[in-house]
Write a protein that binds this ligand. Structure first.
Ligand SMILES: Cc1cc2nc3c(=O)[nH]c(=O)nc-3n(C[C@H](O)[C@H](O)[C@H](O)COP(=O)(O)OP(=O)(O)OC[C@H]3O[C@@H](n4cnc5c(N)ncnc54)[C@H](O)[C@@H]3O)c2cc1C
Length: 389
């Protein structure tokens, strides 16, 4: 198969890249080793950033059976103080949709738009020369393209094949999360999105996100730098489940864990002629672990950078892509990274959340800030608190 661009990985980053490339008039092959529908270990939370990108693609999945618009959130401080947030806005600023459905929906959209989709086989080889890229799948099928985009997630095979080493594959990402689905409980309601900061987990947190009709996506996220060994994640999960009602252990099944890459380095956005997007580029937020919006937006930037570069000019596309990520995402990322340390101090976190509850206007701004309805960096500029995102 011969195309303009081969996109490896069909999660949100890959489908967004493919949809934007097609809009730009380019032909696309979209490869994924999984067979869809497939699950992705995730909290399923869609922030404003993700919702804006989906609207831009005319692909808001509000018809899916697992779709929930979130109207209320609750943040629980380390000392147990509860901060209720009203999220009712038009258009909505937070929603959830199960990745099993959500990712399949976006893949269908990409296929309908004209992407040549091949699923069920991973990539096993890549050859790059001045004018083309030749990608071979495990099933021996070959795609020849002018550009290749790596959207194959936290353990990017494309990067490993291109750099011929396992350094990236074995990289220990700072964030690690575990999640499982369960049903509504007396203490954990399915109409409130809840984020809880237990003192021995911060700057990590526990979440319960509404999912589908009366179900809940439960999870914990830990920051390895502040937390120690990863092997302990299951032990923490069991302890939390046994010691509190945050995760009702008898109601949740098969918790799964997966790393969240959140180290944005401009020199890792491209490698040996390929552009990397979403988790493959380490773009998730280092404070919250959100990465769907970042995956969607980076797919758009990569597609537009390729479309605007001269045909086959891979270095030109890479330079433009780095410029766009650097202009829009780097400051947000740096701010989030700088908040990780303060978030690991229980008293500071308690005081901060207490202040949000009492300072006029702060609660409403905090809700929008938390769900990326305003740029996070605007927190330093109160004059922009009411500005539209
Ligand atoms: C437990 C947990 C909870 C999270 N909760 C949230 C949340 O609530 N909100 C949020 O915004 N973010 C959340 N995140 C982060 C979010 O899941 C990721 O940032 C997001 O999925 C990144 O999308 P992506 O398309 O880059 O990668 P992925 O979604 O991982 O997609 C990568 C795709 O590449 C394919 N692939 C992999 N290897 C190959 C190969 N060799 N050949 C071909 N295809 C390949 C995979 O099958 C997959 O389909 C969470 C993460 C975790 C682990």
């Amino acid at each position: 198969m011969k195309v303009d661009v081969c996109v490896v990985g069909a999660g949100p980053a890959g489908t967004s890249t493919a949809l934007h490339l097609i809009r730009e008039g380019l032909s696309v092959a979209l490869l994924d080793r999984a067979t869809f529908p497939r699950d992705k270990c995730c909290g399923d939370g869609l922030t404003s950033l993700a919702l804006r990108e989906l609207r831009r693609l005319d692909a808001l999945p509000d018809h899916l059976s697992s779709w929930r618009t979130i109207e209320r959130a609750e943040v629980v401080s380390p000392s147990g103080r509860r901060l209720g947030l009203d999220l009712r806005r038009q258009p909505p600023i937070a929603a959830t949709a199960r990745r099993m459905e959500f990712d399949s929906f976006l893949l269908e959209r990409a296929e309908q738009a004209g992407a040549m989709v091949r699923t069920g086989s991973g990539i096993s080889d890549i050859r790059v020369d001045d004018s083309s890229v030749r990608i071979t799948s495990d099933d021996a099928r070959v795609v020849v393209a002018r550009h290749v985009v790596g959207a194959d997630g936290a353990r990017s095979t494309l990067r490993r094949l291109l750099t011929q080493n396992t350094e990236h594959r074995n990289q220990r990402h700072d964030l690690l999360a575990m999640r499982a689905y369960g049903t509504e409980q007396a203490d954990v309601r399915s109409d409130v999105l809840r984020v809880w900061f237990p003192p021995d987990l911060i700057p990590g947190y526990v979440w319960s996100f509404p999912s589908g009709k009366r179900e809940i996506n439960f999870g914990i996220m830990v920051n390895r730098r502040h937390f120690g060994k990863t092997g302990q994640l299951r032990a923490v999960w069991d302890k939390l489940s046994a010691g509190s009602s945050a995760i009702p252990i008898d109601q949740v099944q098969n918790p799964k864990s997966w790393p969240i890459p959140s180290t944005l380095r401009l020199n890792r956005l491209s490698d040996s002629g390929a552009l990397f997007v979403g988790d493959a580029a380490g773009l998730a937020d280092p404070m919250t672990g959100e990465g769907i919006g970042q995956a969607l937006v980076s797919g758009r930037y990569a597609a537009e950078s390729i479309a605007r570069s001269k045909p086959g000019q891979r270095e030109g596309a890479a330079a433009e892509y780095r410029r766009r990520i650097s202009r829009v995402l780097v400051a947000e990322h740096e701010l989030s990274a700088s908040l990780v340390r303060p978030l690991s101090h229980a008293r500071l976190l308690d005081k901060g959340l207490q202040a949000v509850g009492v300072v006029p206007g702060a609660k409403s701004f905090f809700a929008r800030w938390m769900f990326e309805d305003v740029r996070r960096t605007s927190a330093a500029l109160p004059c922009r608190w009411t500005a539209a995102a």
